[in-house]
Write a protein that binds this ligand. Sequence first.
Ligand code: 5RP
Length: 220
Amino acid sequence: MEAKKVAAEKAADFIQDGMIVGLGTGSTAYWAIQRIGARVREGLKIKAIATSQASEELARELGIQQLPFAEIETIDLTIDGADEADPAFHLIKGGGGALLREKIVAAASKKLIIVVDESKVVDKLGRFPLPVEVVPFGHEMTLRKLEQLGCKPVLRTAEGKTFVTDNGNYIADCHFGRIDDPEQLHTVINLIPGTVDNGLFIQMADHIIVGYHDGSVREL
Ligand code: 5RP
């Protein structure tokens, strides 16, 4: 927890008055949102857009002013977590099921800061199963097509039921093992009809801030 917290708090200190800020999702982004809430209470003036209903709710509780996407042209800075990050700045995201909104917000951001603890840094992506968001209609077929790409897709469940994203879709967690060409895999997955998007973020991060269990923080 400490490693996630120190990385997230460091990133939250990059935020300046007047910025429009993207709020990530997950247990590391949680600490960034908490720190932003504290800074807002100290007088920081920002507006935010959240990447999930959970983060939106947390920001509301902390008194962080939020904007609908319709009122936003660009986002100055987004802080989000990741499930894996490699030295080429490719990421796997979506462990929390928010990958689609996270990618939309990241793509609209001038800067994306990723905050992770040291366990998330890998030489090659793929130890963490790649989340793929699929529409419910025909998802059995979509999963079979994903399997043909060489993975073992598992339909995500929560509390014994199929997990449903904030967008009303399902998640297939795809166990590929080591991913040698993330860019190509990203493209071929998204070509499968029924796939909405996948959790590969190809060089979208501007900074990756890594927190360590001794409380230190370094950039990847
Ligand atoms: C949610 C995400 C999260 O950023 C990712 O799963 C990391 O989560 P955590 O900070 O809890 O380890 O992509 O969709």
